[in-house]
Write a protein that binds this ligand. Structure first.
Ligand SMILES: [Zn+2]
Length: 362
């Protein structure tokens, strides 16, 4: 099993599949799913946001299904990946990511389905391989949830050891700010100008950065403005985010930030327009929920004790939960994801596949 898992992992990461460009890898996994014996289709999510492929949805079995989910896309630099297996660890050759985030999940699901099928017909299952997860969860946001029958989902997409069960994730609110001042020549008549840069700087300096409390982070991560040093800048745009495990805290802060930015901008002679939007909602799954009990039992059967975590990251799990499917995110053992140092221990890949098989047997 180990050799086959590594081979399939290498096969799939070697297919270029940055976000929005998943057509080739989607076709490959669709044919693999058909070979295993599932009914497979692709939805039209890609067409809705400009990607070249939709989400892959596959089904098998009779009865109450569960969802097994992973995403097909990867972050940049994710083209031309040449994986190296050394001493039981798979790495990239150093100039790209490895794409273990999230091909480790894809391979574990495929292998687990094959193993499960060796012993008996596949139980009721819905497999969802999403596209463009890394670009603001676009695939899962455009999924048609009325077509799914599962009440619970396992998302194989946490960069923690196998056995990690992520039961809570934050609400993410984005804010996008335009500060408008008055342009003038910076040396001829500066007294006629009102600098948007100066006003934006005052506003930003009043916002907290990083951990606001144990459950909440904030950041301004994008700032653009100005054309030349001899012009009093009349327009600045900056963008930021608030994440909190407590949804009301995120919206409270969004209101507070909006007020602060508008009043600081005004105090420095400019006007600010602030747009805030919930990018995704958070969730917190009870440790006694059926979705948790099933994975804890599945882990126990393969000799692993579940470890519970909450994350400050978002995943397809946020979108599934918001659409009424009780979902948790599981560790696949990949580490240092979103970097060229990303790696995956082979035993973790094996454990993930066994977990999939075990989840189907519980
Ligand atoms: Zn991921």
């Amino acid at each position: 099993m180990e050799r086959a898992l590594v081979d399939e992992f290498i096969e799939l990461v070697s297919i270029d599949a940055e976000s929005g460009c998943e057509a080739e890898i989607a076709a490959r996994v669709m044919s693999k799913l058909r070979d295993i014996g599932l009914d497979v289709e692709m939805d039209d999510a890609g067409a809705k946001f400009g990607g070249n492929a939709g989400n892959v949805i596959a089904r098998a079995g009779e009865g109450d299904p569960i969802i097994l989910c992973a995403h097909l896309d990867r972050v940049k630099p994710g083209k031309g990946i040449k994986p190296v297996v050394d001493n039981g660890i798979i790495r990239s050759s150093g100039d790209t990511v490895l794409a273990a985030d999230d091909i480790s999940g894809v391979v574990a699901i495929l292998a687990g389905l094959r193993e499960a099928k060796k012993h008996r017909p596949l139980p009721a299952v819905e497999v969802i391989f999403t596209v463009s997860e890394e670009t603001r969860l676009q695939g899962s946001k455009h999924l048609d949830y009325t077509r799914l029958h599962s009440k619970m989902a396992y998302i194989f997409d946490a960069s923690s050891p196998v056995g990690t069960v992520v039961t809570s994730s934050p609400t993410h609110v984005g804010f996008d700010v335009n500060v408008v001042g008055q342009a003038a020549h910076a040396a001829v008549n500066p007294e006629d100008g009102v600098s948007a840069i100066r006003a934006a700087a005052f506003a930003i300096s009043k916002l907290p950065f990083g951990w606001v409390d144990d459950h909440t982070t904030t950041n301004v991560g994008v700032l653009n403005g100005g054309a030349a040093t001899n012009i009093v800048c009349d327009s600045v745009r900056f963008k930021g985010e608030i994440r909190s495990l407590i949804a009301s805290r995120a919206s409270e802060l969004a209101n507070e930030f909006t007020g602060t930015i508008i009043s600081e901008a005004k105090a420095h002679g400019t006007e600010a327009e602030v747009i805030t939007a919930v990018d995704y909602s958070g969730y917190s799954i009870d440790r006694n929920a059926p979705v948790v009990a099933r994975v804890v039992e599945a882990l126990r059967r393969i000799g692993i004790t579940a470890t519970f975590e909450s994350t400050m990251g978002g995943s397809d799990g946020n979108i599934f939960n918001a659409n009424g499917i009780s979902s948790i995110v599981l560790g696949t053992g990949c580490q240092l994801v979103h970097s060229t140092r990303e790696f995956l221990p082979v035993p973790e890949l094996v454990a993930s596949a066994r977990l999939v098989e075990s989840l189907l047997a519980v």
